[in-house]
Write a protein that binds this ligand. Sequence first.
Ligand code: SAM
Ligand code: SF4
Length: 474
Amino acid sequence: MIYDPQEYAIQDEPMQPFISEKEIWDVLEQNKGDSGLVREIIQKSLSKQRLTLQETAVLINTKDPELIREIKEGAQRLKANVYGDRIVLFAPLYVGNLCVNNCTYCGFRVSNRDQKRTTLSKEELIREVEMLEDTGQKRLILVFGEHPNYNAEFIADTVSTVYGVKKGRGEIRRVNINAAPLDVDGFRTVKQAGIGTYQVFQETYHRGTYSKYHTSGIKRDYDNRLTSLDRAQEAGIDDVGIGALLGLYDWRFETLALIRHVNHFEAVYNVGPHTISFPRLTRASNALENEQYRLTDQDFTRMVAILRLAVPYTGLILTAREPANIRKEVMRYGVSQIDGGTRIEMKGYSENRKIQDINSEQFEINDNRTLNEVMEELIQEGYIPSFCTACYRLGRTGEHFMEFSVPGFIKRYCTPNAILTLAEYLEDYAPSITKENGYKLIDRTIGEYDDMEFKSKLVERLNLIKAGERDLYF
Ligand code: SAM
Ligand code: SF4
């Protein structure tokens, strides 16, 4: 066993693994700083160093609007330095909404009689994937309720089916998972199916609040969920995603707890989680609304900037739960992956209804744009939309590989791969105006390369894509 909760137990709370409420609140109480300290911390992060819990708390406690502006500006600079202009795109695919749990914020919870329950048949699954491929998607996250029918074998079979669907020039090259925590053998089974990231969100790191919102079912067990990604590591899945559902409890606590969770991974496995998600609660069928901890746009955008500065190397995911204007703003501060063309109703891609049916989806989304509309906006804003899957397919993951530790990696691998996958999209799926704007962006980006040898290799591959070759990467 790699992770023994006893070994990492907290002194005053001996039976609890790595999250101590007392520690988090103490750090928040005790770390407030003047403008000098806040600026020092921003500078530390700009030199690409991880922030400590204490430093993160100082940023969280900053109230002066001018300093908050500087925090956001720092995050923007850091993002440009670390990630360049890329934004990675994916789409969620809901496979089944049966659920034995009772998370009171979620439309899928077992006690919600109005939810229309479905599990995609193999044919329906294939149809959904074909529809997604037809729009140009290459990266999916499969989402499941928690139910005995959705065991590790079922998840693994679903993943294999998805990889097998090829429509025209379309194919799915990376399948991530957001499903219930598994045991070590279960994680091994899904790993063998070739998954990318396995995401499990803790929802809230605050135990009392956790009990309040998870009223029955397997998910009631806070510790089982908290240690689930340790079991994934034990099973060899070193590419994991953590998250908190914002709006259940105080965002300052959840932000620090997320960083504490990252620290745990770094201490035990030498590598942090691949991604952090921080969805804000949205309306769901017959779900409880909670005003007390509702996060304002101002605090939300500030929180994203703080996370970016605190963990410069961790991917930050933002989904269509947020409206387009907020997505646009926080992409500047640090978000590195977004979904596009999202439909979260069961069979949502094949049925393509114009109005959301809250009784056949988990929660409401606020960005209904098509993938191409999202791509258009990204291109207009100067971002290179990326469908790259190279690192994962070349085994460049986990402790053995930190893309950011290799000097010049982004320039030599990420940006060129973003360009090549964008070119595939422009050739195969884009309307003419997007194609024109997309190639202008590509030409501009290539023009900035001063390593002539590398530039010619990149142009050569780009020409091969224009001539019909696919799936080229560095
Ligand atoms: N059933 C699995 C589980 O609970 O881990 C899979 C995840 S669930 C389908 C995906 C995530 O959606 C949850 O972890 C939760 O954070 C989020 N979610 C649930 N209800 C939500 C709501 N009303 N608004 C926003 N996000 C919500
Ligand atoms: Fe089920 Fe997940 Fe919804 Fe909870 S969040 S009710 S476990 S689908």
